[in-house]
Design a protein around this ligand. Structure first.
Ligand code: NAD
Ligand code: AHE
Ligand code: ZN
Length: 369
């Protein structure tokens, strides 16, 4: 079938709106009509050429929501008409990783997914006869996409697509980093670096679990008001701090953060996030994705003296199990998504959506098909 897609033809170039061809679902696969997709910084990161796994030409996008329109042979958990959220971290419930409660990183299809292919090693998308690569197993920047059954969470039918698409990455990543990865206890002091589409969700996760001081750090002063709405108790702009940021934050937290979260993808900030943690027990969680060749550094003494460094993907969530529950949290008013979706646009304006992200004007832009 012909579908409309924003195609990443080359790194560093704007997306190109094209009519592309999509083959139907094969064994274990599902055809989804995408109703909405968020624009995550990771899409911009891959488009920039900084992603070591980035391959072109590809259809990017990994924060979608839509409806099942067809299923391939062997699909048993989904049927035509089901509402779904694509999962870049699938949940097969059978692999060594799914069976280990310490991780959410299902590896059942990771190898082919990283090569931009479906699990059988081929692509369903093509443009004028030439194959196009899938992205993160989702390719939500197309109004139809084919995904493996294990990479779709079935959600309730009264949830609005143009809001809950954000649960496909940003909301789950931010809230999940607090709840699943760090397991922040009530009364904790938390520092969040980067108050964008992810960091603001870390803030609301910290408020939800009853953190005490919730400090937000961002270079953009416009993030103060929205941060406060999402639970931030103190705002710090590093450019307005006299002297070094780390001792300033250690002082503000009364000895160091119990938990810090890096939501930018800047390796220098990752070091600050670790080093502002409390001696003896502070934990720093890396969420931000850093480009090819970037490395983190600190004095090992920081770890010897009890700080720990860890990372999280998709907020430690097991998508088919946890995503429907997070949709319920939204529908029950336990989390706020509406105020973070600052811009909606048709697919034709997707490049403007990325301009708004880069200019610090949007929190989340959402394409509505
Ligand atoms: P975003 O662009 O919406 O937000 C980034 C924020 O960081 C902005 O508010 C910006 O002003 C701020 N910032 C930039 N440089 C800063 C600095 N030096 N100090 C303080 N603040 C600074 O991006 P996003 O969509 O929130 O994504 C954030 C990061 O998280 C990206 O690296 C993205 O790739 C990554 N990410 C990771 C996962 C995961 O599963 N680990 C999931 C989603 C996104
Ligand atoms: N491909 C990059 C890394 C990109 C990355 O870390 N992706 C996160 C999700 S970001 C969502 O916005 C992730 O899930 N990582 C785990 C995984 O298996 O990809 C690189 O550096 O090669
Ligand atoms: Zn994302």
């Amino acid at each position: 079938m012909d579908v409309r897609a924003a195609v990443a033809l080359q790194a560093g170039k704007p997306l190109s709106i094209e009519t592309v061809q999509l083959d139907g679902p094969r064994q274990g696969e599902v055809l989804v009509e995408m109703k909405a997709t968020g624009l995550c910084h990771t899409d911009a990161f891959t488009l920039s050429g900084a992603d070591p796994e980035g391959i072109f030409p590809a259809i990017l996008g990994h924060e979608g929501a839509g409806v099942v329109v067809d299923v391939g042979p062997g699909v048993s958990s989904l049927k035509k008409g089901d509402h779904v959220i694509p999962l870049y971290t699938p949940e097969c419930r059978e692999c060594e990783y799914c069976l280990n409660p310490k991780t959410n990183l299902c590896q059942a299809i990771r190898e082919t997914q990283g090569k931009g292919l479906m699990p059988d090693g081929t692509s369903r998308f093509s443009l004028n006869g030439d194959p196009l690569f899938h992205y993160m197993g989702c390719s939500t920047f197309a109004n139809y996409s084919v995904l493996p059954e294990i990479a779709l969470a079935k959600i309730r039918e009264d949830a609005p697509f143009d809001k809950v698409c954000y649960i496909g990455c940003g909301v789950t990543t931010g809230v999940g980093a607090v709840v699943n990865t760090a397991k922040v206890e009530p009364g904790s002091n938390v520092v969040v670096f980067g108050l964008g589409g992810i960091g603001l969700n870390v803030l609301q996760g910290a408020r939800m679990v009853g953190a005490d001081k919730i400090i937000g750090v961002d270079l953009n002063n416009d993030r103060k008001a929205i941060g406060e709405k999402f639970g931030m108790t103190h705002f710090v702009n590093p450019n307005e701090v006299e002297g070094d940021l780390v001792p300033y934050l250690v002082d503000l937290t009364g000895g160091g953060a119990d938990y810090s979260f890096e939501c930018i993808g800047n390796v220098n900030v990752m070091r600050q996030a670790l080093e502002c943690c409390h001696k003896g027990w502070g934990e720093s969680v890396i969420i931000g994705v850093a480009g090819a060749g970037q490395e983190i550094a600190t004095r090992p003494f920081q770890l010897v003296t009890g700080r720990s460094w860890r990372g999280t993907a998709f907020g430690g969530a097991r998508g088919r199990t946890d995503v429907p529950r997070i949709v319920d949290w939204y529908m029950d008013g336990k989390i706020n998504i509406d105020d973070l979706i600052t811009h909606t646009m048709p697919l034709e304006d997707i490049n403007k959506g990325f301009d708004l992200m880069h200019g610090g004007e949007s929190i989340r832009g959402v394409v509505v098909y």
